[in-house]
Design a protein around this ligand. Structure first.
Ligand code: CP
Ligand code: NVA
Length: 327
């Protein structure tokens, strides 16, 4: 029996993506009102979920540990200095051993090939907790956050078709999975990056095949002019300009990204929709978004952060409890 892994939003059909977001919403509503859904109650009782993290994390660690506990299981956090992986033992040996004693592996790695390698040799589901190309748990939380502003739609399909997201900043892991999700959900995504930082061609192909999997795909628009991306956008979103692992490029990046900070003046100049909202996966640095926007009334970043918990519960239910059957 080959386990089903969750390495990217690209692993989901459009219907499965909607289901993961909808389930996250239903579990959030039920658990917050004091009732754990019967199928989740003790669903991981007596089971261990390994969390192998080779980079720091606040949200992903807290939400995953909390989600495993909510399902009655034991989260075992294994930081980069705790285990032999990458220093004293191969990916193959580590994967075979950890998966022989646990029910799932949630892994934060540097290279996508590392999480793919773990998955290849694991006898239990592997869930990607961030690599250099993808961040699927974040994107489930992000679309839950967006869908919550259209509560009626959460009962069937998300009904977000025709909406426009503007991403202003670096073309990175969070953006790539967001593009794949937007394409599948019929949401248009305009990406403004400085010259030299656009989405690489191989990733554009992956986004195009995501679009081909959708009956009503969202459009990907690319530009180097932030105002152009912002035009008529419902959501303005960004992430750090310097992802973990790129620290050596900090000075160059700060220079190259000058003029890409999200501010209310940018939203006004570019002509964002009247009720535009701001999102950010966090951690945030002041250069990519002004305090006024980040802490202002349009910002949904802290609800987005909390939604990581509900996203993790939904993903564990689908991939670990239900063994990859997303219903
Ligand atoms: N958004 C996110 O993944 O945050 P952490 O790096 O703190 O987990
Ligand atoms: N793009 C960021 C996301 C952190 C959650 C990074 O990779 O560091």
């Amino acid at each position: 029996f080959a386990p089903r892994h969750f390495l990217s939003i690209a692993d989901l059909t459009p219907t499965e993506l909607v289901t993961l977001v909808r389930n996250a919403h239903q579990h959030k509503t039920a658990i917050k009102s004091g009732s754990t859904p019967a199928n989740l109650n003790g669903a991981l009782s007596g089971k261990t979920v390994a969390m192998t993290f080779s980079k720091r994390s606040t949200r992903t660690r807290v939400s995953t540990e909390g989600a495993v506990v909510a399902l009655g299981g034991h989260p075992m956090f294994l930081g980069k200095d705790d285990i032999q992986l990458g220093v004293n033992e191969s990916l193959y040996d580590t994967s075979v051993i950890i998966s022989s004693m646990t029910s799932a592996i949630v892994a934060r790695v540097n290279k996508h090939s590392d999480v793919a390698g773990l998955a290849k040799h694991s006898s239990v589901p592997v869930i990607n907790a961030l690599c250099d190309l993808y961040h699927p748990l974040q994107i489930i939380a992000d679309f839950l956050t967006i869908a919550e502003t259209h509560p009626a739609s959460l009962h069937s399909s998300l009904g977000l078709e025709g909406m426009k997201i503007a991403w202003i900043g670096d073309a990175n892991n969070v953006l790539f999975d967001m593009c794949i999700a937007a394409a599948k959900l019929g949401v248009d995504l305009a990406v403004a990056t400085p010259k030299g930082y656009s989405i690489p061609p191989f990733m554009k192909e992956i986004i195009q095949s995501a679009a081909a999997s959708s009956p009503k795909p969202g459009k990907l628009i690319e530009t180097n002019i932030p105002e152009e991306a912002v035009k008529n956008a419902d959501i303005l979103v960004t992430d750090t300009w310097v992802s973990m692992g790129q620290e050596e490029e900090t000075a160059k990046r700060l220079k190259d990204f000058a003029g890409f900070q999200i501010t209310s003046e940018l939203a006004k100049r570019g002509g964002a929709k009247e009720g535009w909202q701001f999102m950010h996966c966090l951690p945030r640095h002041a250069e990519e978004v002004s305090d006024e926007v980040f802490y202002g009334p349009r910002s949904v970043v802290f609800r987005e952060g909390e939604n990581r918990l509900w996203s993790a519960i939904s993903a564990l239910e689908a991939f670990v409890v239900n063994k990859g059957e997303i219903v």
